[in-house]
Ligand binder design. Structure first.
Ligand code: IMP
Ligand code: MG
Length: 178
């Protein structure tokens, strides 16, 4: 198994900065933004994004049920935990590492809607549209579109490893039973 670089640290930073610019332009009252990073995958992405949003926003992190050790989605989000800021009336931006089938994000949005935010938008670093199963999922802010491959680095993992890589790379020669 080896890792082929897809996006270098410089390319990632340039793109994240552009996303922050787009977010700034999209909101008249930035101070009402609640940026919610989905752990663990969006850890690097949400921190970098927040640094490029220069005005005062609120920031929080949540955890959702995820892949476990497999490389295909269970599509099940049982609950969200770790949210400490109030969502009611806020302009929530959910920051996710990658949208694959879309089931995780669809269910996360449903759970957030029950808490009556003013708005919900999705900011995803990566998108794998070829594997989408949820048809009407809008990604408001997207970093990069990628083909159907398994990627690691910049927060994304394979069996708990490679999250700390500063670049995003494709895993080549993945073991077949994953
Ligand atoms: P979905 O419910 O199929 O959209 O799954 C999305 C989640 O699966 C992401 O938040 C990631 O945690 C994980 N995931 C999907 N594709 C990859 C990948 O290529 N590398 C690492 N994690 C992935
Ligand atoms: Mg994730």
């Amino acid at each position: 198994m080896s890792i082929k670089v897809l996006f270098t640290p410089d390319e990632i930073q340039a793109r994240v900065k552009k996303l922050a610019d787009a977010i700034r332009q999209g909101y008249s009252n930035e101070s009402n933004i609640l940026l919610v990073g989905v752990l663990n995958g969006a850890m690097q992405f949400s921190c970098d994004l927040s640094k490029y949003l220069t005005s005062d926003i609120q920031m929080d992190f949540i955890k959702l049920s995820s892949y476990g050790n497999k490389t295909t989605s269970s599509g099940e989000v049982k609950e969200i935990f770790g949210l400490s800021e109030k969502v009611i009336g806020k302009d929530v931006i959910i920051v996710e590492d990658i949208i694959d089938t879309g089931h995780t994000m669809e269910q996360a949005i449903k759970i957030f809607r029950n808490q009556h935010p003013k708005s919900i938008k999705i900011c995803a670093l990566l998108n794998k549209p070829s594997r989408r199963e949820v048809k009407d999922l809008t990604i408001n802010y997207l970093g990069f579109e990628i083909p159907d491959c398994f990627v690691v680095g910049y927060g994304l993992d394979f069996e708990g490893h490679y999250r700390n890589l500063p670049y995003i790379g494709e895993v080549v020669g993945l073991p077949i039973n994953n």
